[in-house]
Design a protein around this ligand. Structure first.
Ligand SMILES: [Zn+2]
Length: 326
């Protein structure tokens, strides 16, 4: 057991319940709250509260909100929702895909110190403590030139070392957005290994964007958790393909190292505001309503489902805490 900070305060890891591994209250970009006319704060609060309620009605006790500052994290939104929900919501520190220039002047230890402040002191002077570190490696990783010091890849690698050091110091886990078809989980785990991190504290996310089970089993054998955390609206073929990745890993014996989610935002501003409140508020129900029934109909057991929704995420928190002696 270990202590996990939620937006409503600390709980024991045994109280997390069934948790979605990769979601966002909102997303967009750091500073978006300064764009006049962009945010409808009351609508955002209502949608997040209602989305948590709808998820709870289909057996989901909480979410990991993996939105660092530069992806548009809104602390006021956490504070407002915390007063109106009983769900477990975990907030994140970290950095998104395009490492912002304000990190360029910091070395890995100085970036780690920023992550540690958000974990230990709270986010932006609030009582909301970050309890997971988010990294996002995507197509920007391909931009590299040894002759240039501050390439996107160089900064991604620097922030990954910072995340490892902050995780070891504070005992909170790391979750990674990755471009699965480029197998970016592998170089991430290599850096974490080099930093002496226990890979059981790491989730390699967006892993159901590939059907390459050999790649995913390679990550799992190193101890990492694989996040099958993109589940949108789709036809029967889409549901079978996405859920089939989970089934393949269950059949390989890895249910305890697989987590599930949608990568969805009821109040997101990354691209477009969903006009229909009911559609937005159903953002976090598809795993329960579409994927789990498919899995059970195709050979998975209730124990497998519980491992993926409850056991795997709890294990990443406990592995991270153990690393820091907590
Ligand atoms: Zn995401």
């Amino acid at each position: 057991m270990s202590i996990v900070q939620t937006i409503r305060g600390p709980i024991d890891s045994s109280e997390l319940g069934r948790v979605l591994s990769h979601e966002h209250f909102t997303n967009g970009m750091g500073g978006m709250e300064h764009v006049v006319g962009l945010l409808d704060r009351e609508a955002m609060i209502t949608r997040c509260v209602n989305a948590l309620e709808r998820a709870k009605a289909v057996g989901i006790d909480g979410i990991l909100d993996v939105t660092p500052n530069d992806l548009g994290r809104q602390v006021w939104l956490f504070e407002a929702v915390a007063e109106r929900t009983t769900s477990n919501v975990i907030a994140a520190t970290g950095v998104y895909r395009w490492v912002p220039p304000y990190f360029f002047g910091w070395d890995a230890d100085e970036i780690a110190a920023y992550f540690i402040r958000e974990i230990e002191d709270g986010i932006e002077g609030s009582n909301v403590h970050a309890a997971i570190i988010k990294l996002a490696w995507d197509i920007e990783y391909q931009l590299n030139d040894p002759a240039i010091r501050l390439t996107p890849r160089a900064m991604l690698e620097r922030t990954a070392r910072a995340a490892a050091r902050a995780s070891k110091a504070t005992g909170v886990p790391i979750t990674c957005h990755t471009r699965a078809i480029d197998e970016l989980g592998t170089p991430l785990l290599d850096i974490f290994d080099d930093e002496g991190l226990d890979l059981r504290a790491v989730t390699i996310g967006h892993s159901n964007d590939t059907q390459d089970l050999d790649y995913l089993r390679g990550l799992l054998r190193r101890g990492a958790t694989v996040g099958l955390d993109r589940f949108g609206n789709g036809d029967a073929e889409y549901i079978a393909q996405r859920s089939g990745v989970a089934l393949g890993l269950i059949q390989s014996g890895f249910a305890g190292q697989v987590s599930l989610g949608h990568d969805a935002s009821p109040a997101g501003l990354w691209g477009r505001w969903i006009e229909d409140d009911a559609v937005a508020e159903a953002a976090w129900t598809r795993v329960s309503n579409l994927e789990v029934p498919w899995l059970l109909a195709n050979g998975a057991t209730e124990a497998d489902i519980d491992s993926m929704l409850r056991g795997s995420i709890r294990a990443t928190f406990e592995a991270a805490a153990a690393m820091a002696g907590k």
